[in-house]
Design a protein. Structure first.
Length: 501
């Protein structure tokens, strides 16, 4: 049958079939493999398993007779069934494990990666040219903006500033239950979704796989058409309000004005270029303010690209980084997404969102979930795996740098200049979560002591010797000397242990 082309389950958009770089021709036969072993290796969120399978099967239905869609136990078995010993091409996979697999198969040729703005060889050249040896996101972001002419006016950034973060850190509107923007696009399930749900139910009944979380009606796009509709709706109705409140949290409005496009990008249904270029066009047409557009473009052309490149640049040993020597296991209530066991309103609210939808936006991920794990000294490899399994947009390349580097500071500062954790005051300022809570963000000890406030000081005390050498943390660490109740706080934190707060 000639050389076939293999599409992984996160290579589902048309850009993975475009000619060039040795890619498939218009008539090249295609192979897709649904490997059951993927779901046995990890206990994924049920909504994530549903989304991935639905997206793969929707793409296979679109491709029709051109694709050989194989359901097998493993990728090796599926590929053997599909092509035998025939030659196969595949675009560079997104995980080290998948790359190792494809590279080990004698009949598979690995082509350059697609689905990103920056080729890997261009990033390597940029990194090697850094005289300081540091690879800060802000420098990378400016380089990408210049190289792709994004929000540029000649050689200068549009509006005269590269970074509009100062305008994009507003707390939520006072006394508002929601942000008041139009709702995001919600897809309608179809016969393919019904088939997926029946299969997942059967696998669970048979004891073949196990999931965590709930699989309600599908919330995220599973086809190119749905993803484009979601993008258009975001740009037309939600982008304008995105910037100021991108770091704010409302209990009754978990999506705020976020795009909810991360799963579509990570499945390959959307290309990052079309997202950022259409956002810039909205600004130039006067349909969205610059701070909102820059904030959105920063998330994709800045952070997403940066994380992808660092996943490969830092090497295979990066996942074992544990600079703070945190080894505590994740407690059962956290692993099971048992929000009902938790008293702290912020953590209960966010765990509930993850349990019910497999998603929450970046601030709850970093400053509620990740911060709590960091304060308690949970093993960063286990935390990384939990995020990978529990989020619909979670992939190895996404979560490894985000968790090991950004969230858990386990790389000792390769990605960030300080640990990202805080007491309850930050959450009180940026959300409405503290008001009805049984705990008080200003209290460190006693019945109403906020677990984040107490946890923050306990974290600083535990790592005082290391953090005193960090200029950005020195003032906070010295604050320990002013806490007359620090011994009592540490005793109470020890008693709290791993029980739900």
């Amino acid at each position: 049958m000639g050389t076939a082309h293999w599409l992984f389950g996160d290579q589902l958009g048309p850009h993975f079939l475009a000619p060039g770089d040795g890619g498939p021709g218009r008539d090249t036969p295609l192979v897709m493999i649904e490997a059951r072993s993927v779901f046995r290796r990890r206990r994924f969120h049920r909504a994530k398993a549903h989304l991935v399978l639905s997206a793969m099967r929707h793409r296979a239905a679109e491709l029709g007779d051109r694709v050989r869609y194989v359901r097998a136990d493993t990728y090796r078995e599926g590929l053997r069934e599909a092509v035998g010993d025939g030659e196969v091409t595949v675009h560079h996979p997104t995980s080290r494990a998948a790359l190792a697999l494809t590279s080990s198969l004698g009949n598979v040729t690995v082509l350059p990666a697609r689905g990103f703005l920056v080729p890997q060889e261009d990033f390597r050249a940029w990194a090697e040219a850094r005289s300081t040896g540091t690879l800060r996101q802000e420098d990378f972001y400016r380089w990408v903006r210049q190289g792709h002419d994004l929000l540029m006016d000649g050689g200068r950034p549009a509006g005269g500033r590269w970074n509009h973060d100062h305008d994009n850190r507003e707390p939520p509107p006072r006394d508002a239950r929601t942000l008041g923007v139009p709702a995001p696009y919600r897809p309608r399930e179809d016969a393919i979704d019904e088939e997926v749900r029946r299969d997942l139910d059967r696998w669970e009944r048979d004891g073949d796989v196990a999931f965590v979380g709930r699989d309600g009606p599908r919330r995220f796009p599973a086809s190119r058409r749905e993803a484009l509709t979601a993008l258009r709706r975001f740009l037309a109705h939600r982008l304008a309000a995105f910037g100021p409140y991108e770091d704010a949290v409302l209990a009754g409005d978990p999506v705020m004005s976020h795009s909810l496009l991360s799963s579509s990008l990570n499945l390959g249904l959307l290309h990052p270029a079309e997202c950022v270029e259409r956002a810039e066009a909205a600004w130039r047409a006067g349909e969205a303010p610059l701070n909102s557009v820059e904030g959105f473009i920063r998330q994709i052309a800045g952070w997403r690209e940066y994380v992808w490149q660092l996943y490969w640049h830092f090497g295979a040993d990066y996942r074992r980084r544990n600079a703070l020597r945190h080894h505590a296991p994740l407690p059962g209530w956290f692993v099971e997404l048992d929000a009902d066991a938790v008293t702290a309103r912020c953590l209960a609210t966010v765990l509930r969102q993850v349990r019910d939808t497999g998603w929450t936006h970046h601030i709850p991920r970093l400053m509620v979930l990740g911060s709590y794990a960091l304060q308690r000294g949970w093993d960063p490899a286990e935390v990384t795996d939990w995020f990978h399994r529990s989020f619909v947009d979670g992939y190895d390349w996404v979560m490894l740098p985000n968790v090991v580097g950004m969230s858990q500071y386990a790389d000792g500062g390769l990605m960030t200049t300080k640990p990202y954790t805080s007491g309850g005051a930050y959450l009180h300022r940026m959300s409405d979560l503290c008001g009805p809570c049984a705990y008080r963000p200003t209290e460190r000890v006693g019945e109403h002591a906020c677990p984040y406030t107490a946890g923050y000081w306990a974290f600083l005390d535990r790592h005082r010797d290391r953090l005193e050498g960090n200029g950005r943390m020195l003032r906070a660490v010295r604050g320990l000397d002013r806490l007359a109740d620090l011994p009592e706080l540490l005793r109470e934190e020890k008693r709290r242990g791993d029980g739900p707060p």
